[in-house]
Design a protein around this ligand. Structure first.
Ligand SMILES: [Cu+2]
Length: 461
């Protein structure tokens, strides 16, 4: 993890743990900034109450300092460069160097003070989605507070009352600012044991968002309402999204918040999960049921849990098939069954790069090396151990391994399937397909004899 600021990952911990002098405390806390989309290891709390930290997919947790019992954070709203996947970097707005912004982790009952510096070209505010707080700390520009003008720093302060998964985002020009990527996660860990919140071995979180970035460009079109072309987990698209690497038998929690413009049914393979919490709080046990797909509406958060029982590489993805594709536009005519023979050579005399696509389906495109504009991802990319994956967008893998060490979040590589456990070509005899002969013409009515239990006869048709 490379930090633009003067201290590295380990030093952040040391810095937060050091007692800070009074003069330093009068100043703003250091605004830590990150310039990569790598997944940071969990940030074990160096100060304050203990908790089990989360891992933010392709993200990180914001370090804090303790100031006389108050947890102080410093968020900087600013233009950022975010790699969506290798081969494409977007010009977004975010916080502290990245979009989404860093995850804020606190403990139920913590007094929290957040300094927000606005380095955007326009005003902003930060709304703390799902929190119980004084009305004037709710962050609705123009309604509960004046907007934070460009160049100014505001301070928010409240107690983290409820444990759970929350989000933060602007509440001023939010159509533009959220389309540009301004959002982040907020986790309030329970203080001590909680009857409805279980200890887990791995705790992952990410936000759902979408961008409309024309091929060859880098800045989202902010007026797009529903027809986005890049569907992201934490402002990353497959194959750029980190996998959820777990040890077989681990209890795994996945916290997902949706700040896009449509719902996303998030589907897990090979396992079932249970929704244990929403942004409204932990779900009472009697209200939990198993699912393999959990629909997450806009502005909602869902917290799913499962035991990673089965070894393998298990997809975790949005089930809307258009959301597992990258930018190319969806206004493509259906060409299945169209015979193009003879046409291509003639067209290539005029348009040298002309290619025919889709006459056998679109899978060919996954494997094709098409000339693309700069800074543009293929619509379907990613390669697995068996070939092209024909995926993009909201798609990643839960990698369950027997030998993944506790606390090790490193990608173990592709699963090595035990011999004889992979679908394979059938090379034996193919029996003739069973077909009935043509059915006899239907009679208008079929007489039926039904014998009733009483033994009597009854005619019917
Ligand atoms: Cu979706």
């Amino acid at each position: 993890m490379k930090r633009r600021s003067f201290f590295g990952g380990a030093a952040v911990t040391a810095m937060a743990a050091t007692s800070v002098g009074k003069a330093a405390l009068a100043a703003l806390p250091e605004a830590v900034s990150v310039d990569t989309a790598d997944t940071a290891p969990p940030l074990l709390p160096p100060t304050g109450r203990p908790y089990n930290p989360v891992v933010t997919l392709n993200g990180w947790t914001l370090p804090w300092r303790m100031n006389q019992g108050v947890k102080e954070f410093h968020l900087v709203a600013e233009p950022v460069e975010r790699e969506l996947a290798p081969g494409m970097t977007a010009r977004l707005w975010g916080y502290n160097g990245q979009s989404p912004g860093p995850t804020i982790e606190v403990v139920e009952g913590d007094r929290v003070r957040i300094f927000v510096t606005n380095r955007l070209p326009e005003h902003t505010s930060v709304h703390w989605h799902g929190q119980r707080l004084p009305n004037g700390m709710d962050g609705v520009g123009g309604i509960t507070q004046p907007h934070i003008p460009a160049g100014k720093t505001f301070v928010y302060e409240f107690e983290a009352k409820r444990p759970g998964t929350f989000m933060y985002h602007p509440h001023g020009d939010e159509m533009v600012q959220m389309a540009m990527g301004m959002m982040g996660l907020w986790i309030t860990h329970p203080r001590g044991t909680h009857p409805l919140i279980e200890r887990v071995d791995r705790d992952f979180c990410f936000l759902l968002s979408a961008f409309d970035i024309a091929p060859g460009s880098a800045t989202p079109k902010v007026a797009t309402m529903t027809d986005f072309n890049l569907w992201t987990f934490n402002s990353r698209v497959f194959p750029g999204i980190a996998s959820l690497n777990v040890r077989q038998g681990d209890k795994v929690r996945v916290r997902v918040g949706n700040l896009s413009m449509t719902n996303h049914p998030i589907h897990v393979h090979g396992h079932e999960y249970v929704v244990t919490g929403t942004d409204g709080g932990p779900v009472p046990r009697a209200g939990r049921w198993p699912e393999v797909t959990v629909d997450i509406a806009v502005g909602q958060m869902r917290q799913m849990e499962f035991v990673a029982e089965a070894e393998g590489d298990w997809p975790l993805h949005c089930h809307k098939s258009h959301h597992t594709m990258n930018a190319m536009g969806h206004e493509v005519p259906t060409m299945i069954g169209v015979d193009h023979r003879g046409l291509v050579k003639k067209l290539q005399k005029i348009v040298p790069d002309y290619m025919v696509m889709g006459e056998r389906g679109m899978a060919d495109m996954g494997a094709m090396e098409m000339p693309l504009p700069d800074n543009t991802l293929p619509m379907m990319g990613g390669r697995g151990p068996f070939g092209s994956a024909e995926m993009g967008g909201m798609f990643t893998l839960v990698k369950v391994r027997r030998d993944q060490k506790p606390g090790d979040y490193a990608d173990p590589g592709w699963f090595r399937h035990p011999q004889g456990t992979v679908a394979r070509e059938w090379t034996g005899e193919l029996p003739a397909p069973a077909r009935t002969s043509a059915p006899a013409p239907r009679k208008k009515s079929v007489p039926l004899d039904v014998r009733k239990p009483s033994g009597g006869h009854h005619g019917d048709h």
